[in-house]
Design a protein around this ligand. Structure first.
Ligand code: PEP
Ligand code: MG
Length: 326
């Protein structure tokens, strides 16, 4: 209910045994900020920037992107905003980019691959994001990183952008925004220990991680029943990634749809994830469930379900992580 929501908004996402979880919002449009605040988000864990490139025949300039981002960062009033570079291609399209046909879009020139193939585009976007960091705590996030080489290339381009801006006396935040990578390709998850040494944080994108791990098109209804976030392979990849982040001492969050499902969020907690980002509308339900769970219980049940090999038994055990007392 609405009154319940208002009450929950100001309560922390804390388990019965005192583990604090950070609950943030995924944002796709500037108009969502009111909802983000109403739902009690502690920040924006994923700002998708595709909206700046949609429904227009030309590309937005650096200044235009900066103005967009600045408004969002200021609208968050000091709460952190993780801004992702362009993630078009695959299921997300933009006419301004004139992408053309790809025989297999989900495996094609998309996300960071596209950005690296068009350095001017990436430079403008990096400049706009770095400059937005003057107006609040900003983090810079790269989609679909698949290899350490891609990350190195981005570092080189980022350094070049910083040099250019400094030479032009454009003010930049000091320190510069942290640079993180999305873990959403199975190969990236399995390289998480190496990647963790070359970036400042991880954000696991379970929507794509599930799609690529199980070879199930996330947008094809014909295979939707096979799209299983609780598949042992998916859970193992998340577990390995969480461990790699912990060993390297970098923060990690999950920002796929999985984080916005109270029951699956319980499994993520059990895997050691303490930062979740989701559609703002899902925050109250997820927070309420976290407040009714004990972390020790979530860990024990998750360990138990990871030892099972039967999808139905796994799902049944995960159901226990949905604590419904209404
Ligand atoms: C994901 O893949 O889980 C993710 C958060 O990114 P998007 O849904 O924008 O591809
Ligand atoms: Mg993704």
């Amino acid at each position: 209910t609405r009154r319940n929501l208002g009450r929950l908004r100001d309560l922390p996402a804390e388990t019965l045994d005192g583990a604090r979880v950070t609950v943030m919002a995924n944002v796709e449009l500037a108009g969502e900020l009111d909802t983000v605040h109403q739902c009690g988000a502690e920040g924006i864990g994923l700002l998708r920037t595709e909206f700046m490139f949609m429904n227009r025949p030309t590309l937005p300039s650096e200044d235009e992107q900066y103005a967009f981002l600045r408004a969002i960062v200021e609208g968050m009033r000091g709460r952190p905003v993780t801004i992702r570079t362009l993630d078009v291609g695959g299921d997300k399209l933009s006419e301004a980019l004139e992408l053309g046909e790809s025989p297999n879009p989900a495996l094609g020139l998309r996300a960071i691959r596209l950005s690296l193939s068009r350095p001017a585009l990436l430079e403008a976007q990096l400049a706009a994001i770095l400059r937005a960091g003057l107006h609040g705590p900003v983090r810079l996030l790269l989609p679909m990183i698949g290899s350490i080489e891609e990350l190195r290339q981005v570092h080189v381009i980022r350094d070049r952008v910083v040099k250019r801006l400094r030479a032009a006396s454009v003010p930049l935040p000091d320190p510069l925004p942290p640079l993180g990578v999305m873990i959403e390709i199975p190969g990236a998850a399995l390289s998480a220990d190496t990647l963790a040494r070359h970036c400042d944080f991880f954000a696991i994108g379970t929507n794509d991680l599930i799609q690529y791990t199980l070879a199930i098109d996330r947008s094809d209804p014909a295979v939707a029943p096979l799209y299983n976030p609780l598949h042992p392979a998916v859970l193992r990849l998340i577990q390995f990634t969480v461990g790699a982040a912990a060993r390297a001492g970098i923060p990690i969050s999950v920002c796929g749809e999985m984080a916005g499902d109270p029951r699956l969020a319980g499994v993520l907690l059990g895997l050691g994830v303490t930062s979740l980002s989701m559609s703002a509308n899902n925050i109250p339900r997820v927070k309420q469930n976290i407040r009714r769970l004990s972390l020790a219980d979530a860990e024990a049940r998750t360990a138990a379900l990871m030892a099972l090999d039967d999808a139905q038994a796994i799902a049944a055990l995960a159901d226990h992580l949905l604590v419904n007392r209404e």
